[in-house]
Design a binder for this molecule. Structure first.
Ligand SMILES: O=C(O)CCC(=O)C(=O)O
Ligand SMILES: [Fe+2]
Length: 296
């Protein structure tokens, strides 16, 4: 169903009051921030660590590989403040008859560079909270409420993104949809997040979106994607630190899987876009495979 006026994503300058961003994201599920970083910082991130050998589409371990992505894109005060707003949660629980309140703060959930090369096919429209098996009630009539989302991301383009070179498509308002519907890739309601270098797009993880086909001749559509999730989305004991690879290596596959050394379907708990169990293999190939952009 098309709407009467074509939807857009609001463009808001980085120094606007945070309430402007919150309002736009609550309404549309995302917005574009102008002057998020400087073009020089983007050029620096692009140069760091020679992120993309020609045959590779994703740059893993971005937080370590690129200090600029880490300090300027991820630790950006605006992204951090919005992450707190959308994901931090205060929860009451009783000890005898005294109620205690505890606040959980978001943590980094995913960080990678995505290089969509000429002729690479676009992704299907999807929600990035699928890996947490998130249920969505229909909130189109009531609007966004706190706690609804468990992920919040920022996309920082490494080059100017255009419809032609595969700008990310978003469906504004789809973060409010219930679980009864998927997004129509031919709908008029799709917006291409075309961005200049230095801009960034914020997005709730429940918003339908997808990378697009790169129809350009010679432009590698490079984008840095950083996501935070709710701080509660982890185990009570940090299993990988308590029982690292050397400790669990000789244990059974079943036990290793219970300790988290196996992906939760879809895509949750990966290392370098792979099932983490590869790290327990004595002869593992350190080179990450060239995975498809539309990973399931
Ligand atoms: O490449 C893009 O524009 C978006 C990528 C994405 O949504 C994903 O990999 O989940
Ligand atoms: Fe995605």
């Amino acid at each position: 169903m098309g709407s009467i006026t074509k939807p857009t994503l609001r463009r808001i300058n980085v120094d606007a009051p945070i309430e402007d961003f919150i309002e736009a994201i609550k309404k549309d599920g995302g917005c574009i921030c102008t002057n998020y970083v400087s073009p020089a910082e983007v050029a620096q991130a692009n140069a760091e660590g020679k992120l993309f050998p020609p045959e590779t589409r994703r740059c893993n371990r971005l937080i370590q590989a690129s200090p600029t992505c880490r300090e300027k894109f991820f630790m950006h005060p605006l992204y951090q403040a919005l992450g707190e707003y959308f994901l931090a949660e205060t929860y009451p629980t009783w000890y005898d008859q005294k109620c205690h309140y505890y606040t959980s703060h978001p943590i980094l959930s995913a960080a990678l560079g995505i290089d969509v090369r000429p002729n690479a096919a676009g992704q299907r429209l999807h929600r990035d909270d699928k890996m947490y098996h998130t249920w969505h009630s229909d909130a189109t009539a009531t609007g966004w409420t706190k706690g609804r989302d468990n992920g919040f991301g920022v996309f920082v383009p490494g080059i100017k993104t255009t419809i032609e070179n595969g700008a990310t498509r978003l469906v504004p308002g789809s973060h409010l949809w219930g679980d009864y519907r998927g997004a129509d890739p031919n709908s008029d309601d799709i917006v291409y997040a075309e961005m200049d270098v230095g801009e960034a797009a914020f997005m709730l993880a429940s918003t339908f979106h997808g990378g697009s086909t790169n129809n350009s001749k010679d432009e590698n559509r490079l984008i840095y994607a950083l996501f935070m999730c709710k701080g509660t989305l982890r185990t009570e004991f940090a299993m990988f630190l308590e029982y690292p690879a050397e400790v669990v290596k000789g244990w059974s596959k079943e036990l290793q899987a219970r300790l988290g050394w196996k992906i939760s379907s879809p895509n949750c708990g990966m290392v370098d876009m792979r099932d983490p169990s590869f790290l327990l293999d004595d002869n593992f190939d350190p080179e990450a495979p060239n995975v498809d952009v539309d990973l399931d």
